[in-house]
Design a protein around this ligand. Sequence first.
Ligand code: FAD
Length: 590
Amino acid sequence: MTTNNITKGLLKGAHFLIKPSNTDEIFTPEDFSEEQDMIRDMVDQFVEKDHLPLSDLMEDGEHQHNRILLKKLGDLGLLGTHMPVSLGGLALDTNTNTIVTEGIGKTGAFSTTFGAHTGIGMLPILYFGTEAQKEKYLPSLISGDQVACYCLTEPGSGSDALAAKTRADLSEDGSHYVLNGQKMWISNAGFADIFVVFAKVNGAEFTGFIVERGWTGLTLGAEEKKLGIKGSSTRQVFFENVKVPVDNLLGEIGKGHLIAFNVLNTGRFKIGPSALGGTKGLLGVSVNYAKERRQFGQPIASFGAIKSKLADQVVATYVSESAIYRTSGLINDYVLKLEEEGKSFEEAKLEAAEEYALESSIIKVATTDIVNMVADECVQIHGGMGYSEETMAARGYRDSRIAMIYEGTNEINRLLMLNLIFKRAMKGQLDFATPAMRVQQELLTGKNGQYNYNSTEEKAISNFKKVALMLIGSAGQQAMKGKLDLKHEQEILTNLANIIIDVFLAESVYLRSAKHKQPINSAITQLFLREVNERIRSEALEAVGSFVKPELQEGFVAGINKFCSYPLRNTRNLKRQIADHLIANNQYEI
Ligand SMILES: Cc1cc2nc3c(=O)[nH]c(=O)nc-3n(C[C@H](O)[C@H](O)[C@H](O)COP(=O)(O)OP(=O)(O)OC[C@H]3O[C@@H](n4cnc5c(N)ncnc54)[C@H](O)[C@@H]3O)c2cc1C
């Protein structure tokens, strides 16, 4: 079943870098259907009525409430919104699933429980399980009667997940594998029933398995004493001669990396709406305190320095939201297209997640950086009270931090972005060369015959893309000639990734505000483009200094100055306008 929201045109993955987009091609929160609004309200009610009363108890270590809450969500159908109807799910469209994830994101620690169960826990079985495995395990996970977890990380292998040491050896009679090893940092481990585990068959072939909690030899470590998300369960899991029936091998022997990485593609995107839920919550906490707290005879919200922080928080939230729903819309439409072409539910979702892997990494990095910035400013707005457990600021600050670490650290995700772009360019799936040459031509001749811009903002976005094309094109060329070994140039790759991220964010914000013209959207866009203009300039200059020969640098610097020329704005007035809008609404309401 799908709800609606099909946008026009289908911009393929990573193509935003080489093609202009228009407002028809972007899905935004303003486009939610009535049904989607209803689901959002339903999730909000769950958060307020069911989660909130248990939140402090879970924070204090009463993790069993996680299970009760999952069951409640299962009863509401909200654990299976992304699962096929035949297995008890609701098979709702991607955009509705994004809305559900965002809503649960407001719960902080519990959103990790929810994500580990519905995402990395259930998806490997949906995407790679046999029909028998799906029928055996997924209905009870969808109903919330059972809980799943995902065991990839080990003490010696985190980012380098394929270096896992856990092994699986086939028994002599060929009936089962014997699992031995240790996993670490496993969310939901304390109360999970179903463990998706990665192990090396014969110590060599990385493979997935479905393991049940009750099987002899599976034991758990103590709860980790964590910095944040204390309400969630995180433990080590030990396997000592655990007998796993051959029927529980997941996917193919030696193909576990396909499961692990494809599921992480989806997981990375889902971190975005989850972080957005937290971001909006913290923004609400910030503005309410700023209105209530008085110093020097007036609410601190009346001070320009505080308004500036509130405005920055609003802008960041709008950026996060615009980029997330744009990506969600792209994935949504791609899934529908593939289903129309005859792909199964699972195939379509898996393929769409892979298609938009670049956008998903962008979402992962940008939205988790944003929630941390907003949490940090939330503490600062609270002053001393931000350092106290009496307000939600401190908990929000601690809870946000994990998002930059799990599902691929933000460093790894930045590196993955360039890897993906160069791979697609080499395969001929992403024609970087033609637009990059056009940019070179423009710099040489000073002529820009091709583009007609409707606004200063549209021109700025196009120019930011030119910076990306110029630098990625040049780095790629040097790499092909053997003059730059990009594998060992992580600083440069990070500069380029930061530019790519900002291009995507800036375009998402611009397109949304052009689609839904409002004074507040326009103010946010102008403020954000000023910020991005300077960030891209700085990243680009750093990259040029690092890899362009000194005698060629002048040309590049001239290009960067030409393309990073979004005009100055009265940022003070824009910030006041945005902060006053927030103060009037008491919460993020665009
Ligand atoms: C609360 C919590 C819950 C978690 N839940 C789960 C779960 O449910 N299932 C699961 O399997 N795992 C889970 N994890 C593990 C998580 O995914 C890993 O912690 C994460 O992937 C990073 O691995 P690591 O901790 O070993 O860090 P490392 O890989 O040791 O990284 C340390 C630092 O080095 C950087 N780094 C590493 N390699 C490179 C490189 N090649 N180039 C540049 N920089 C690099 C990293 O970015 C990081 O900054 C969880 C972790 C936590 C803390």
